[in-house]
Design a protein. Sequence first.
Length: 204
Amino acid sequence: MKALILIDVQNDFMPGGALAVPQGDEIVPLINQLQEKFDLVIATQDWHPAGHASFATSHKGKNEFEVIKLDGLDQVMWPEHCIQNTTGAEFHPELNTSWIEAIFRKGTDKKIDSYSGFYDNAHLKSTGLTGYLKEKKVEELYFAGLAGEYCVYFSIIDALGEGFRSNLIEDATRALNKDDYEKARIDILRKGGKVINSTELPSN
Ligand code: VGL
Ligand code: ZN
């Protein structure tokens, strides 16, 4: 069984959003075309409470995009984004959600960030996604969504660690920063993941 995992296709990561990924909206029509090629489609949703520890506004004197130590982990100070039940946290209005069987929310713990759809950044708490996919007999995962070097990358690294064959559909992601994305891409390949183009998927 092959599953498509859609990472954080949310308004705040789109141009004009609170934490905009350049050209992030360009992937939405492609993702809509790809969904029917898979046995299962799952989505993640960045879903922060107000005052989340990853927000610069939650720390006096900290600037956006500065990196601080938070409980011993590097933490980027993000603009406030994907706050629960706001428009920014909703999926892009053009995303076809009818194929999505389950949505895994992350970043809900106020004290810790969660880039991956599988675990928080300290790898202490699971979202249950591995168990869900194993129960569904999924062996191979294909990733699309935002941002390429953050939530997509960390989800793929965790997926490889959990024993799933993992593929990044490169034309179905966009990154915040080109150099960071290039490093992330190399690390995915080094850890046994594949980076593919959507044209390599079976046509239908
Ligand atoms: C993300 C930064 C903060 C992402 C989420 O979806 O890549 N990046 N929260
Ligand atoms: Zn976030």
